[in-house]
Structure formats: C-alpha cells, structure tokens
Design a protein around this ligand. Structure first.
Ligand SMILES: [Zn+2]
Ligand SMILES: [Zn+2]
Length: 244
C-alpha cells in the first residue's frame, strides 16, 4: 500500500520536530518519494540542509535529522545528567543513613569515575563512583568502611580527653565484640582517656546524637579539629574553649 506523498511528507515534518524539539523547514526538493529515500530539510538551528532517510526519522529509530545539532544537544543532556547523577548519589546515601555532601571538587565524569564528596559520618572526603553506590549498593566512604561501622549494631558514643594536649574528643564506634576493631583502644594507646561512654542500640541513633553534639559545639565556638587529632581516623576532636 503506497503512502500518500502529502501524508508521507507531513509525517516526516512532524517527526523532525517531535524527535528533537527543534525547528526544521522544507526547502526546494523536500518531498516524499518513498520510505527509504532521503529527504532534504533545513535545520533551522544550524542553518544547514540535511538529508536524512525518511524511515530513520519517522520509524522506530526516531533519529534527529541533523547529526551535528543532535551531538550538541547530547552534550547538554550529559552535562545535565551529571548534576542528576551527583544528586542521585547524595540521595541514595542519605536514604541509607550514610550522608555525604558536595565539596568544591565534586564532579561527575562517568559512572565508573570516582566522585569526591565529604562524608558527614567521619568528616573525611571520600571518592565513591556512581556505579558503586547506585548500581552495586556499596557505601560511599572508604574510611567508614575500613572501620566497618555498622549503622544497625550497638554503638557507643565516647568522650575522650587528652589532658597533656588539652583536647577533648567525641566520637562513635560500634561496641566491640571479640576480635572486632576497637577504635577507643587505639586512642587510649595514644594517651587519651575515655571519660564517658553512652551505648545506643544502633549506630544510627549514636550518630544522630554525635552530629547534634558536634553542631552545638561549633555553635558554641569550639573548633572542631580538622586534621591534627584525626589519627587514627578520629570522627572529630574539639578543643575546649578557654574559660578565661
Ligand atoms: Zn542542525
Ligand atoms: Zn566516612
């Protein structure tokens, strides 16, 4: 059954716009001569006359009649997707109770390329890939993973003091079961005293309290140590404000 040339041409013109959201104009010679034939058409975006095969535009491929403009639009889409990808990683981690935030270096360059974030659980930067977090379900932070912090296991919120250095430290660690890594033991070897501890049923609760305390300490003007007292992998340390 032959397609009416007028109908065939109109379908083609409509598809040019529908496939791309851009404008195309008929030129001399723009006519339907068969489904597998090329049809000249003006791409208004770049001013070039393109000659796509009708079938590729109207058929299931839904091609862009202008490959040059299609590539440009594709580039814009990928950049947009980069923002979406970054936000998706942040959202997925937030839903899992592993909050992360952007840093000035946060950039997405592909599903398997590490993206820098700030891990809000340990205040260290981390570099998960989109693929690992979103597709594989891996955690975002190597530091947290290294110490195997389990958000669902019993967790203690500890308060440590180093009298010589005049430092105090608040952090969380899973309650040590036999053979498990004990972060507090590491600190006590370095001269810290464990002054108090509160045990929570889950790491999630302990972490919420810890982050609350850190925020209040910052609001009170205490300086939360950036690097100095972070060995080994302290969640943070605060310098007590001078009372004088
Ligand atoms: Zn074009
Ligand atoms: Zn972390």
């Amino acid at each position: 059954m032959a397609t009416d040339p007028a109908v065939g041409l109109q379908l083609f013109l409509d598809a040019c716009v529908e496939n791309t959201g851009r404008e195309f104009k008929p030129v001399e010679g723009t006519k339907y001569t068969g489904s597998h034939k090329k049809i000249p058409i003006l791409c208004v975006s770049c001013g070039e006359i393109r000659k796509p095969v009708r079938k590729s535009v109207v058929g299931t491929q839904r091609c862009d009649p202008c490959k040059a403009c299609s590539a440009v639009a594709g580039g814009r889409k990928r950049r947009h997707d980069a923002e979406t990808a970054i936000q998706e990683v942040i959202d997925v981690c937030a839903r899992r109770g592993q909050p992360i935030a952007r840093t000035p270096n946060t950039a997405y360059e592909g599903n398997q390329v590490p993206i820098e974030f700030l891990c809000l659980s340990c205040d260290e930067t981390c570099s998960p890939t989109y693929g690992n977090v979103v597709s594989t379900g891996a955690g975002p932070c190597g530091t947290c993973a290294k110490y195997g912090f389990n958000k669902n296991a019993a967790t203690k919120l500890y308060f440590l003091e180093h009298t010589e250095k005049g430092l105090a430290k608040i952090g969380i660690t899973n309650v040590s079961t036999s053979g498990a890594y004990d972060r507090v033991a590491d600190f006590t070897r370095l001269g810290w005293w464990e002054r108090s501890r509160t045990v929570f049923d889950t790491g999630r609760e302990a972490e919420a309290v810890e982050q609350n305390i850190h925020r209040k300490l910052r609001e009170m003007g205490h300086q939360v140590d950036e690097k100095a007292a972070r060995k080994p992998a302290a969640t943070s340390a605060a310098t007590p404000k001078s009372s004088g």
